[in-house]
Design a protein around this ligand. Structure first.
Ligand SMILES: *[C@@H]1O[C@H](CO)[C@@H](O)[C@H](O)[C@H]1NC(C)=O
Ligand SMILES: *[C@@H]1O[C@H](CO)[C@@H](O)[C@H](O)[C@H]1NC(C)=O
Ligand SMILES: *[C@@H]1O[C@H](CO)[C@@H](O)[C@H](O)[C@H]1NC(C)=O
Ligand SMILES: *[C@@H]1O[C@H](CO)[C@@H](O)[C@H](O)[C@H]1NC(C)=O
Ligand SMILES: *[C@@H]1O[C@H](CO)[C@@H](O)[C@H](O)[C@H]1NC(C)=O
Ligand SMILES: *[C@@H]1O[C@H](CO)[C@@H](O)[C@H](O)[C@H]1NC(C)=O
Ligand SMILES: *[C@@H]1O[C@H](CO)[C@@H](O)[C@H](O)[C@H]1NC(C)=O
Ligand SMILES: *[C@@H]1O[C@H](CO)[C@@H](O)[C@H](O)[C@H]1NC(C)=O
Ligand SMILES: *[C@@H]1O[C@H](CO)[C@@H](O)[C@H](O)[C@H]1NC(C)=O
Ligand SMILES: *[C@@H]1O[C@H](CO)[C@@H](O)[C@H](O)[C@H]1NC(C)=O
Length: 839
């Protein structure tokens, strides 16, 4: 222990030093409500922290090491309303310690070992209403310097060392005092002179708790002519006899509520004797409560003889032999049995003036009480584990005046009648009992005056549409925690035109029929939370003209139907939508946008988070992302299209393009070849033996470009065709044959040739038809067919004359556009002439 204390002894000054060094960093308190509520519990504070905002209203400084409160300790938090200084080891409170706390209404000093309390300790607390000085080593009220606290309403000095009940003179100043708790002190005797001051105080407003004081003497007449609101005397007396004497000492007291008995853990009185209460005949009591008296056995008529004129009788936590309870017809208006244990399982009660009976949380009674209480209006028979075979009609209850019936938290209640004769009922509670036969008939048919019905968690599954027929006046219907056939809500509320509040939470609802609420024009609050709804369909709520609060939280709502027409009733002010299945993606952006538009209505809209992406606030979803991604998508789709189109184009026009490029390059220069020969490899023999021989070896010689010979090895054929073939040749000779037409490659070459011809103005194609081609075959190559039928072409004829004419014409065609050397020119001339003569 010692080292620990020493450690604390060094730590505290060290921390103090640190706090002076860096006051702005030292933030020990929890900010509960910014600028309003701070919690500095158990922070080893040795002084009031000075970094608490000036505007703070509630400050909890409990469990610290304040020890000494100097004057003006709280000047920098002078707006305080609530100050908790519990267990701060405070031993000294100086004058004016709380000066400046003009608005402080609650001061808690519990658990401080106060040794020195200066006379002006509480000065300045001009608004203090509640002072709690429990366990403060207080020895007498007389020393307590609170005489000027005129606004004080509640003074709690329980658990102290006060020996005397002497009420000091200054109490006459405390004209607002309503509660004085002196319980658990050391008061033994109460004398007449102690209470003198009470006569000077407003009568009938003070509640006095003297429980757990070891009282053994009350001077007779001490309370004479005193009026109290409440007097609590629990676990005060060591024996029945002392109790009897003391109660006799209370004679002359007028008290609204008198509480006698013991505490569960503070039992002193064995063999409670009925005579103990004899003295009560000399008191005027409105309400009497008796708690934890075990031995009330046999005929207890005598016990209550002196209490025949109270209006409220309450028996709490008692063991009761109920065979002969109250054989006398007391005129009590209200009777309560709470947490009692009964010896017999049948409870019979006959009290003709009783208006109100509370029989709750009791043990031992197994059947519904037999009540001969014709005036009863209020019956609470809840939480007793009872089962009812037949409920409910005037025949079973015999209570024609009944307005309020609480049957909640019981067992199985079988409905066999529709409350015939109980038309006066206004409030009916069945919650957490087990209702049977609910779908057999309209069980509430007679209850035309019922205002409030609670059938929450009654294990019912509604299948019958007429279930609520007859409830014309009903204002509030609570039916949470039940179920509906097919998990679908139909219009079962047709006759409830007065309904203002409807609770359908936790009912496993998946669907709501659109007309379900159409007969509820007055409904103001509708709770559909904790169901399984998937879509928000505002049309369902359209006809609820008076709706103000709609709770759809804790469903699986992820979408909205037809957001264009989504208008809630104009009076709606609160819409709960938290904890739903918001999917915050672009597919749901209409719903997301709708949520933003309804932000004004939505409760805790900041707490609404998406399920995907997880925990993202719904409000942080933006259209922009969608637009960006839309643009991205459309841009990329577009680019893909463009690229593919370009690829197709390039593919299609690659060779023409190359031709075009090449033409620029070579076009102006001299052609290397006179002709580029396009032919099918099947016709190569003819080309080699006839064409090449005749043209290259003739006069003038022509240079032909032939791929088997002139193409540069290692270069792609297509490139060769273009670079070597077309670009370097003046003309193209197309050797048309059956094979040529059937060869795709030849046709391809021919098509390039056409483009080439188109591109270069002087170029020409010479067609040689090697053999007759079937017309049908030729027609497949439309272009070729057309060309051949329009243009002249050279037809190969393997006769002497045919060959002669063929070569002459071919040479002539090839000579066209050829620039010859003068010598060559002459030779060509000759040759031509020779040829001419030959013809
Ligand atoms: C708290 O008070 C300070 C100073 O008066 C002010 O600047 C700040 O805005 C307030 N904070 C809140 C949350 O009210
Ligand atoms: C006390 O509270 C009242 C209103 O409640 C306010 O007008 C007044 O300024 C407060 N006084 C102090 C000292 O905080
Ligand atoms: C009671 O109040 C008066 C003035 O209102 C004051 O003079 C007197 O001292 C107070 N009594 C006590 C015991 O404080
Ligand atoms: C109960 O006691 C009263 C008075 O002591 C007496 O009149 C009454 O008959 C008793 N009842 C029973 C059932 O013993
Ligand atoms: C109850 O009131 C009646 C009529 O006022 C009176 O005669 C009777 O003595 C009262 N009983 C007690 C116990 O005070
Ligand atoms: C009905 O009884 C239950 C259980 O005792 C209780 O919680 C509830 O407050 C009672 N209702 C009314 C309106 O008295
Ligand atoms: C709706 O019911 C749920 C569950 O019973 C409850 O937590 C919630 O507070 C209710 N909503 C409103 C607006 O009363
Ligand atoms: C809507 O609220 C206003 C103001 O509270 C009220 O006067 C009006 O009657 C309400 N409308 C409906 C249809 O209940
Ligand atoms: C949301 O609901 C609308 C309207 O009913 C519909 O057009 C849309 O496809 C739905 N969206 C999704 C993602 O289901
Ligand atoms: C977001 O999108 C919705 C529907 O697509 C549209 O009505 C709304 O005006 C857009 N909001 C913004 C801020 O672009």
């Amino acid at each position: 222990m010692m080292p620990r204390l020493r450690l604390a002894g060094t730590l505290v000054p060290a921390m103090a030093f640190l706090s002076y060094l860096r006051p702005e960093i030292w933030e020990p308190c929890v900010e509960v409500v910014p600028n309003i509520t701070y919690q500095c519990m158990e922070k080893n504070l040795y002084k009031i922290p000075d970094n608490i905002p000036f505007s703070t209203k509630n400050l909890d400084l409990s469990f610290n090491l304040l020890e000494h409160l100097g004057s003006h300790s709280f000047l920098h938090v002078s707006e305080l309303h609530f100050l908790d200084l519990s267990r701060c080891k405070i031993h000294t409170i100086e004058d004016d310690a709380y000066q400046g706390l003009k608005n402080l209404s609650t001061l808690i000093l519990t658990g401080n070992p106060i040794q020195s309390l200066s006379p002006q300790a509480f000065s300045g607390l001009s608004n203090l209403q509640k002072l709690v000085a429990v366990e403060t080593h207080l020895t007498s009220l007389g020393d307590f310097p609170i005489g000027h606290l005129k606004t004080l309403k509640e003074l709690n000095v329980a658990h102290n060392l006060i020996h005397s009940f002497s009420i000091p003179d200054y109490f006459s100043n405390l004209s607002s005092l309503e509660h004085l708790d002196l319980s658990n002190n050391k008061i033994q005797s109460i004398y007449h002179k102690d209470l003198r001051v009470l006569h000077q105080m407003p009568l009938g407003t003070l509640s006095l708790d003297l429980s757990l004081n070891p009282i053994d003497f009350i001077q007779p007449g001490a309370f004479e002519a005193i009026r109290l609101h409440e007097l609590i005397l629990k676990s005060n007396f060591k024996s029945t006899n002392i109790m009897k004497i003391c109660i006799q000492g209370l004679s002359g007291l007028e008290v609204h509520r008198l509480v006698l008995g013991e505490f569960k853990n503070e039992r002193n009185m064995k063999n409670f004797d009925k005579s103990a209460l004899e003295g009560l005949c000399n008191l005027a009591i409105e309400e009497f409560r008796l708690a934890y008296i075990d031995d009330l056995e046999g005929n207890i008529t005598d016990l209550f003889d002196c209490l025949e004129n109270v209006s409220v009788m309450a028996l709490v936590h008692m063991y009761i032999d109920n065979q002969e309870i109250f054989p006398k017809d007391f005129s009590w208006k209200s009777l309560e049995f709470i947490n009692c244990e009964f010896s017999e399982n049948i409870f019979f009660l006959k009290l003709s003036s009783l208006r109100r009976l509370i029989f709750t949380a009791n043990k031992g009674v197994r059947t519904f009480p037999e009540l001969n209480t014709p005036s009863l209006e209020f019956l609470d028979i809840s939480n007793n584990g009872l089962s009812l075979q037949s409920c409910c009609s005037v025949n079973s209850l015999r209570l024609t005046q009944l307005k309020h019936l609480n049957l909640s938290f019981n067992g199985v209640i079988t409905m066999t009648s529709n409350f015939v004769g109980l038309e006066q009922l206004e409030h009916l509670y069945f919650q957490h009992s087990n209702l049977r036969n609910i779908n057999e008939f309209s069980i509430f048919l007679s209850l035309n005056n019922l205002l409030y019905l609670d059938i929450s968690y009654t294990h019912i599954r509604v299948a019958f549409r007429g279930i609520f027929d007859g409830l014309y006046s009903l204002r509030v219907l609570k039916m949470a925690g039940n179920a509906f056939q097919d998990n679908r809500l139909l219009n079962i509320f047709t006759e409830m035109t007065s309904l203002t509040t409807l609770d359908l939470s936790s009912c496993q609802l998946e669907q709501v029929y659109q007309g379900a609420f159409e007969s509820l024009p007055r409904l103001e609050s509708l709770n559909m939370s904790h169901n399984n709804l998937l879509v928000l369909d505002t049309l369902t709520y359209k006809c609820l003209y008076s709706l103000q609060v709609l709770d759809l939280s804790f469903n699986h709502i992820g979408n909205i139907t037809e957001p264009g027409q989504q208008h809630f009733p104009s009076n709606l002010t609160l819409l709960h939508l938290t904890k739903n299945a918001f999917v915050c993606d672009c597919e749901h952006q209409i719903f997301m946008q709708w949520i933003k538009d309804q932000r004004r209505l939505l409760v805790e809209v900041e707490q609404m988070v998406c399920i995907t992406p997880p925990n993202m606030p719904v409000l942080s979803f933006t259209n922009a992302t969608c637009q960006i991604s839309k643009t991205i998508i459309s841009v990329s789709v577009f680019s893909v299209l463009v690229v593919s189109f370009a690829v197709v184009l390039v593919y299609k026009f690659y060779f023409p393009l190359m031709l075009l490029v090449g033409r620029r390059k070579y076009g102006r220069g001299e052609s290397v070849y006179d002709a580029f020969v396009i032919y099918s490899s099947q016709d190569e023999d003819w080309v080699r033996n006839e064409l090449v021989k005749n043209l290259e070896e003739g006069v003038p010689p022509f240079r032909l470009c032939l791929h088997y010979r002139d193409f540069i090895p290692g270069v792609a054929i297509a490139a060769n065709i273009i670079q070597e073939g077309f670009h370097k040749s003046r003309k193209v000779i197309v050797v048309v044959s059956q094979h040529f037409i059937q060869s795709r490659w030849c046709i391809f070459e021919y098509e390039i040739a056409q483009t080439w011809q188109f591109l270069s103005s002087h170029a020409g194609i010479i067609f040689i038809v090697l053999q007759k081609v079937e017309k049908s075959l030729l027609r497949q190559r439309v272009e070729l067919y057309r060309l051949l039928s329009r243009n002249t072409y050279l037809e190969w004829e393997d006769t002497v004359l045919g060959r002669h004419i063929f070569w002459r014409r071919l040479r002539k065609a090839l000579l066209d556009g050829k620039t010859l050397s003068p010598e060559g020119m002459a030779r060509a001339e000759n040759n031509q002439q020779e040829a001419m003569t030959l013809i």
